[in-house]
Ligand binder design. Sequence first.
Ligand code: NAD
Length: 486
Amino acid sequence: MTAHEVRHLIGPEWTDGDGGTFETRDPHDGSLLGTVARGSAKDGERAIEAARHAFDTGPWSRMSPKERAKILHAVADAVEEHVGELAELECRDAGKNIGHLTHAEIPRVAHNFRFFADYAALAANDAYPDGDLLSYVLYPPAGVVTAISPWNAPLMLATWKIAPALAFGNTAILKPAPQTPLTAHRFGELALEAGLPPGVLNIVHGFGGDEVAGPLTTDRRVDRITFTGSSATGAKILAAAAPNLTPVSAELGGKSANIVFDDADLSVAVPESVKAIFAGNGQVCLAGSRLFVQRGIYDEFLAAFTAAARKLTIGDPKNPANIMGPLIEQRHLDKVHGYVELAQREGGSVVIGGERACGTGLDDGFYYRPTIITGLTNDTRTAQEEIFGPVQTVIPFDTEEEALTLANTSPYGLAGVLFTTNLDRAHRMVRRWKAGMVWVNCFYERDLRLPFGGEGISGLGREGGQYSREFFTEPRAVTLRIRGGA
Ligand code: NAD
C-alpha cells in the first residue's frame, strides 16, 4: 500500500495547513500508513470560518429536511459502495478485525446517515391546540458543530456525530483521533463526490489543547460541541467551552458491570460475556470489564469463560478468523500491562494472559493476550479505573442486593450487562442500576432511537433519535392566536 497523504478539508479545499505533519502507523507491524497534516490553531480557526460561512450563507441550513435527506442518503450509498475499501483502511489504521468492519462497523456508518436523514425528515412534531391558541415546536439547527472523536471505532463514532449534526441542518467540523485519520479523509472525499455542498463538512487533523482542537472548543462561533473520548479529556473540553456557555454533549469512559446470576442460561451468558470484554480487544467504552458472578455458579462459569477466552485467535486483523488484533499503540499497551502489574500488587491472580502476545507475525505489533484476573475486591484501582484493554476482573457475589451495590459502586455509569432468566429480577435490577444503558441476556445490540450516553463520569447528555434532535437544534416554542377560532 502506498503511503497516504491526509490533508485537512476546509471549505471546498484539501489543504496541508501550516502546522507540519505527523505519521499514522499500522499497529499490526508498525509500518507507515500515511503522513497527516498536523492542524495548528490557525487551521482550526479557518475550519470554523468555513463552517460558519456555509451555515450563514449556504443553502444547507435552509433546505427542507427532505432535501437534505436526499443528499445524506447519497452519502450513505457512497459508503456502501466503498465498504471494502473503508474496511481495509480502518483495519490497518485501527487494528480492528476486517470481518467485523466489513459486516458491522462500516455498514453502521451508512446506517448512521440513513437513520438520521429519515428521522429529521419524518419524526413526529409536537403541536398543542388549546382553544384559540395553537402552540407548536420548531427545531431550527443550532449552527456550527464541532465533533471530536476517538480511535477505537473511528469512522462509526465520527459519523454517529456528523450524521445527526448535518441531518438537522448544521454545518460541522470533524476532528478525528490522530491515531486513526485515514477513513475520515476518504469519507470526506466520498461525501463531496456524493453531493454534500462544500463547507458543510470540514475535517481537520491533529491534536488537542493549543493545536487544532483549541479553537474548536473555545471559539464563540461554535454553537455545539459533541465529544467522544476519555473522561479526563471530556472534563478539559467542558472547561474550555464554559466561558462561552457552549453546550457540550460528552460520551466518555466506562467501567461497566456484567452480572451473571446462577439462573442464567450459560450457553448465552458465556459467549456474550466473552464478547462484552474481548470484542475490539477490550478497547470498547461499553465493555463489561467488571464481571460479577453469583457464587453458586462461580467455578463452573469461570472455567467455561476461561476456556472460551483461551480459544480466541490472536493475529493480523486482516484475517477475519483472528478475533483479537493488536492494541492501538505501544503507549496504550504499556498502560494495559501496567494495570495487570498493579492488579498483582493489589492481590489479584492472573488466571490467563497478563502478557504481550509474541510469536510469528505478532512480534512487531502491539498484541496482548486476553487476560482474566480473580482475587480482587471491587474497591481496588484495577476494578475501578478504566483499563480499555482485554483485561477482565471476576468477582463473586451472593445476593441481588449485593450485585447491585457492586455494580453501582463506580464513578462511571455508562452501561450494564445482566444475565438472568428471572424476569422480575431483571426488571428490579434495571430500575436501580446507575447506567445509561443496560443489556439483559445480550450485549451491544443498538436501536438508534434509544438514548446513548452515561451517568457519573461516563458522560453528559444523551444522543440518539429525539435526544440528538434536542442537542443539535434550538427547540423554539411558537404560540399563535387564531382570530375567531376558539
Ligand atoms: P482521548 O480523550 O484521549 O481523545 C479523544 C479525542 O479528543 C481525540 O480526537 C483527541 O485528539 C481529542 N483531544 C484530546 N485532548 C483534547 C483537548 N484538550 N481538547 C480537544 N480535543 C482533545 O480518548 P481516546 O484515547 O481517543 O479514546 C478512548 C476513550 O474514549 C476511552 O476512555 C473510551 O471509554 C472513550 N470512548 C467513549 C465512548 C462513548 O460513547 N461513551 C465511545 C468510544 C470511546
